[in-house]
Design a protein around this ligand. Structure first.
Ligand SMILES: [Zn+2]
Ligand SMILES: [Zn+2]
Length: 133
């Protein structure tokens, strides 16, 4: 925990353009606010991930495919930051994070009436190939 706070302080110093706020979980609120949770394991990596969103300029997305790409890009940025800051980049942890993301997206895409996987149009709306015939 002590190390987490030290890490946070140094990140804050390096990136004074962003606001860092304590919250229930890690998240990024465009355009400049990063929320962190002190209770999480992998504090450094999760903080770098949210910082990745902030540095990548992830402000809006419409479809879940875009969302997944944004998540992967934020981890890419986090990886570069981790390397330069001597933070261990735990590939397995990251893969698990992305997997739970993929599962969540998959569940979200299922049609509530018939259970088929729906598709999303560029406006972000889901359509069921069965129920909307
Ligand atoms: Zn993210
Ligand atoms: Zn359906």
């Amino acid at each position: 925990m002590e190390n987490s706070i030290k890490f946070l302080v140094s990140i804050k110093k390096t990136y004074p353009e962003f606001n860092f706020k304590q919250g229930k979980r890690f998240s990024f609120h465009p355009k400049k606010t990063i929320t962190y949770s002190e209770t999480e394991n992998n504090f450094e990596l999760l903080l770098l991930h949210e910082l990745g969103h902030a540095l990548n300029g992830d402000f809006s997305f419409k479809t879940d495919i875009e969302r997944l790409k944004i998540e992967m890009n934020a981890w890419e940025t986090a990886k570069k930051l981790a390397n330069s800051l001597n933070v261990t980049y735990d590939e397995e942890f990251i893969e698990n994070e992305l997997d739970s993301y993929r599962n969540w997206l998959h569940k979200k895409s299922l049609c509530k009436s018939c259970g088929l996987t729906r598709y999303q149009t560029p406006d972000g709306v889901y359509h069921c190939p069965h129920c909307e015939l």
